[in-house]
Design a protein around this ligand. Structure first.
Ligand SMILES: [Zn+2]
Ligand SMILES: [Zn+2]
Length: 317
């Protein structure tokens, strides 16, 4: 059945690609024995199909890049390697960062930056770091009581929105945040409107305090003196545990998740920590479709526990 889907995917059959993607999200290892065929068929997109690629498939892809046979496919091949997160893929991406492979002149970022697409990075200390957790929960939206005295956005004067109110006293929340090192309450508050234009940072403490970071820099293209708007009254609460960290949708209703891996609408955009310059850990995603019937795009939440910074950024198609 899987190989039949792969042959159909090679003819750009969207339904087959969607079915394979669903398998890659639910249980990527089911695809592992068949990925050699997928590579033979030259199906490289979506790269997440190769999440559980084994050493042999990874070796073939690295060989294809080194050979320079398909320089126009380099972007896709690097995406595939990033999603595999395989140790050999990591070595190859490191090597190509100093010795760019054929076709690199067409890339916008260096080879190692592709790792972000797979949810990992190499830090300034040269060590590999996973930016995401392996435990995920559905995030369900609940109306919150209208905040009597919510702080407002220094830029647009709209009341700030509580995008997350979490406490690791709950074992499930502790599991979802384990990769961040956070312990205690975590409130992430942001401007629902201005976050659509730039990454907004706040200081957070384990007692649940949250304050707008004075260093947030207002983009010049932000509309001038807009009228304050009321943000959504919805905030996410913990829903059922998910059976894989990949069951997330930035597009669909019911796609919001705490923990696990993000689905990016554009290129991966893990936020830089303003405290130390390292990439922040990924916390969760709120799909616009879960906030509003006509909502679009998605809010991505990030945290850097050592520095006490949280961030929210937004992507849309
Ligand atoms: Zn604002
Ligand atoms: Zn930091």
């Amino acid at each position: 059945m899987i190989e039949e889907l792969m042959r159909r995917a090679a003819t750009e059959d969207d339904d087959a690609i969607e079915e394979l993607s669903a398998i890659a999200d639910a249980d990527p290892r089911r695809l592992t024995p068949h990925l050699s065929l997928l590579l033979d068929l030259d199906v490289l997109y979506p790269a997440k199909l190769y999440r559980a690629a084994d050493a042999d498939v990874v070796r073939r892809i690295i060989e294809q890049v080194d050979s320079g046979r398909t320089p126009d496919r380099l972007n896709h091949l690097l995406m595939v390697l990033a999603h595999s997160a395989h140790p050999s893929a990591e070595s190859a991406l490191r090597r190509w960062t100093t010795q760019p492979p054929p076709g690199s002149d067409k890339l916008y970022v260096d080879a190692l930056s592709y790792a972000h697409e797979g949810g990992w990075a190499v830090g300034s200390d040269g060590r590999r770091r996973n930016l995401c957790g392996d435990t995920a929960y559905r995030w369900v939206m609940r109306a919150t009581a209208p905040g009597g005295d919510r702080p407002s956005c220094p830029w647009c004067a709209s009341p700030l929105w509580v995008a997350a109110d979490l406490d690791t006293a709950d074992a499930d929340i502790a599991a979802a945040l384990a990769h961040t090192g956070w312990s205690g309450r975590l409130v992430i508050e942001t401007c629902q409107f201005c976050a659509c234009y730039t990454t907004l940072y706040s200081h957070v403490t384990p007692t649940g305090d949250v304050t707008w970071w004075a260093g947030n820099s207002r983009p010049s293209y932000l509309p001038d003196a807009p009228e304050p708007e009321d943000p959504t009254t919805l905030s996410p609460v913990l829903g059922p545990a998910l059976t894989s960290p990949y069951q997330v949708s930035a597009w669909n209703q019911g796609g919001s998740t705490l923990g696990g891996r993000p689905e990016w609408i554009q290129d991966a955009e893990h936020a830089d920590c303003p405290g130390c310059g390292e990439l922040m850990d990924y916390v969760g995603l709120i799909a616009g479709a879960d906030l509003d019937e006509y909502g679009e795009g998605a809010y991505y939440l990030h945290l850097h526990q050592p520095c006490g910074f949280a961030a929210v950024n937004y992507q849309q198609s």
